[in-house]
Design a protein around this ligand. Structure first.
Ligand code: COA
Length: 373
């Protein structure tokens, strides 16, 4: 039996820290107390000049480093994001170039905040079916670029960030089961209308173009039901009993949603990991960042059963049950940091050479065509 196991993890957030009090200073009719009691959020990090790919790159490099994997050995890069650097090419293709993953396919996946768990399920499937041996799965978002900073019901909720894992082929159980789902009838409850004149969604409200809009209370109710259902599904599919779940990592959107979900499931709060207080809702990055911090806090040991459950715009949801590997992290030598640095530089040099080669070929081709005329 071939399994996919998480062998490395990384995260990155921008350096600009925005505390709740800052919104009040900027004249928004809100308070630290309101935000903290209704959501559990105290602060978030907001990107300045960094793009989604910049955040994703740093998280990916760390995950590769932790797993002891060479970028050239990665078979596939799946980047979950709803805030790509541009419409095309995919943000994953920029990561492929910047890390020097010369043997990898690369694509973006958009399932909004549920994107990372979707991508994890897809990546595991590729490994289990024998189509890939090592998959880099990234969740990265910069929702701050789509926030209306005068709308207190949305702008206080989100933060920017990226998280990544390396999935590796293993004989030992890793990803145990997964589920993905969608209810497109709720698409209008949470959206960022595109700036396309013929779009049905924003045809009647050009003012909303590009800004995130949300029906908070409806999303809240739906999320508490859906995250619990999805978690129950993967627990049952894995043959686990609820008592055997060691850690539950829900999408970090709102502490009250997480607590209600845990209550529905019958899980004690000690088994629920939350860091929404420090980061806000980082969309597709929320679960890999939480996973990273759970490892850093010593909340995971080899053989632990972990359940990830997420929800987001779509409406979409996904959950994964996994067994934390006993054999990670990979061995590092004192040369490992040097190797990491060298790989990053080599990737940059390779990328520059490829560009120059293309430019030279294009010039020669043009000359030959002119000579032919
Ligand atoms: N500061 C102060 N007051 C605020 C506020 C803020 N930042 N945001 C909203 N309010 C006000 C509202 O205007 C409303 O005032 P009113 O009663 O005078 O009209 C009041 O607070 C209650 O609003 P309501 O939306 O009912 O609050 P709530 O308890 O449902 O909490 C959310 C609002 C957004 C925190 C909550 O609905 C939520 O978290 N929903 C899920 C959102 C989510 O997870 N989205 C991401 C999905 S990936």
């Amino acid at each position: 039996m071939r399994y996919a196991q998480i062998a490395g993890w990384g995260m990155h957030v921008p350096s600009r820290l925005v505390k709740n009090e800052r919104f009040v200073e900027l004249g928004l009719d809100t308070s630290d107390e309101w935000i903290a009691t209704r959501t559990g959020i105290r602060q978030r990090y907001i990107a300045g000049n960094e793009s989604t790919s910049d955040l994703a790159l740093r998280a990916a490099q760390e995950a590769l480093y932790v797993s002891g994997t060479h970028a050239r050995d990665i078979d596939l890069i799946l980047l979950a994001t709803c805030t790509p650097d541009q419409v095309m090419p995919s943000t994953a293709s920029l990561i492929q170039d910047r890390i020097g993953a010369t043997g990898a396919g690369a694509m973006d996946l958009n399932a909004a905040c549920a994107g990372f768990v979707y991508a994890l399920a897809m990546g595991a499937g590729q490994i289990e079916s024998g189509r890939a041996r090592q998959v880099l799965v990234i969740g990265a978002d910069e929702l701050s670029t789509h926030l209306n900073w005068r709308d207190r019901s949305t702008c206080v909720l989100f933060g920017d960030g990226a998280g990544a894992v390396v999935l590796k082929e293993s004989d030992e159980p890793g990803i145990l089961s997964s589920t993905t789902g969608c209810d497109g009838a709720g698409a209008d409850l949470l959206m960022i209308p595109a700036a396309r004149p013929n779009s049905r969604a924003n045809g009647h409200s050009p003012k909303g173009v590009g800004y995130l809009t949300m029906n908070g209370p409806q999303i809240f109710r739906w999320a508490t039901q859906m995250m619990a259902k999805a978690a129950e599904k993967v627990i049952t599919a894995s043959g686990l009993k609820l008592e055997q779940v060691d850690l539950f990592i829900p999408h970090q959107a709102n502490l009250r949603i997480m607590e209600t979900t845990a209550k529905r499931l019958g899980l004690p709060l000690e088994k629920v990991f939350s860091n929404v207080r420090q980061y806000g809702n980082t969309s597709a990055a929320s679960i890999p960042i939480a996973l990273y911090e759970a490892v850093a806090a010593g909340r995971l040991k080899g053989g632990d059963n972990v359940v990830l459950s997420s929800f987001g715009a779509g409406l979409s949801w996904a959950a994964v049950a996994l067994r934390w590997g006993a054999n990670v992290p990979a061995q590092h030598t004192r040369w490992s940091p040097l190797r990491r640095e060298l790989e990053a530089r080599m990737a940059a040099v390779r990328s520059t050479l490829r560009r120059q080669e293309r430019a030279v070929r294009a010039t020669i081709g043009e000359r030959l065509r002119r000579d032919g005329d």
